[in-house]
Write a protein that binds this ligand. Structure first.
Ligand code: SF4
Ligand code: SF4
Length: 162
């Protein structure tokens, strides 16, 4: 084993108070980090993060399966398939609804073109950016993942809890 030269050891010893000095220097300064995820920094007003599929106030889905978002997407990462609304239990106010809706978030460039193209305000990009996953599949999000909660079922759950 090679022995460390005396000059190197002296340099290391001198580094110790220097390092402690740097720590003390910053100890009482205002922190630049936050306790994420409990505290989060506000994002820029025009930040475009994770998508949602929105509903109307009565719980019906805004998406009518027109596929305009799919056509507008430059990354070809949206897949939409429409189906006829069941007359006794419509999902949306239109004739059709987005029966299948998938986004490959690994290909998405968060440009917001889908949101701009949507005539009903269904697909929206939110300030959320906290998506983690352990496989490619975790970033393939579907209709169930995207849809915001139905206010009708939430009201029923609240009434049941009373
Ligand atoms: S944000 Fe852009 S890239 Fe992402 S799904 Fe929408 S249109 Fe496609
Ligand atoms: S999200 Fe909007 S643009 Fe896309 S299929 Fe649904 S209604 Fe059409």
């Amino acid at each position: 084993m090679s022995r460390m030269p005396k000059s190197s050891r002296l340099r290391q010893l001198r580094g110790l108070p220097e390092g402690l000095g740097t720590t003390l220097h910053y100890l009482w300064r205002r922190r630049v980090t936050v306790d994420y995820p409990e505290r989060q920094r506000p994002v820029a007003e025009r930040f475009r993060g994770l998508h949602i599929l929105d509903r109307y106030d009565d719980g019906l889905e805004r998406c009518v399966g027109c596929e305009l978002c799919q056509a507008a997407c430059p990354a070809h990462c949206i897949t939409v398939e429409a189906a006829e609304n069941p007359p006794d239990h419509p999902f949306s106010p239109g004739e059709r609804y987005g029966y299948r809706y998938e986004i490959d978030l690994l290909r998405c460039i968060f440009c917001g073109f889908c949101e701009e193209a949507c005539p009903t305000g269904a697909i929206q990009l939110t300030p959320r950016h906290d998506l983690v996953g352990f496989s490619r599949q975790d970033f393939q999000v579907d209709r169930e993942w995207l849809l915001v909660p139905d206010p009708r079922t939430e009201t029923l759950a609240e009434e049941g809890a009373r």
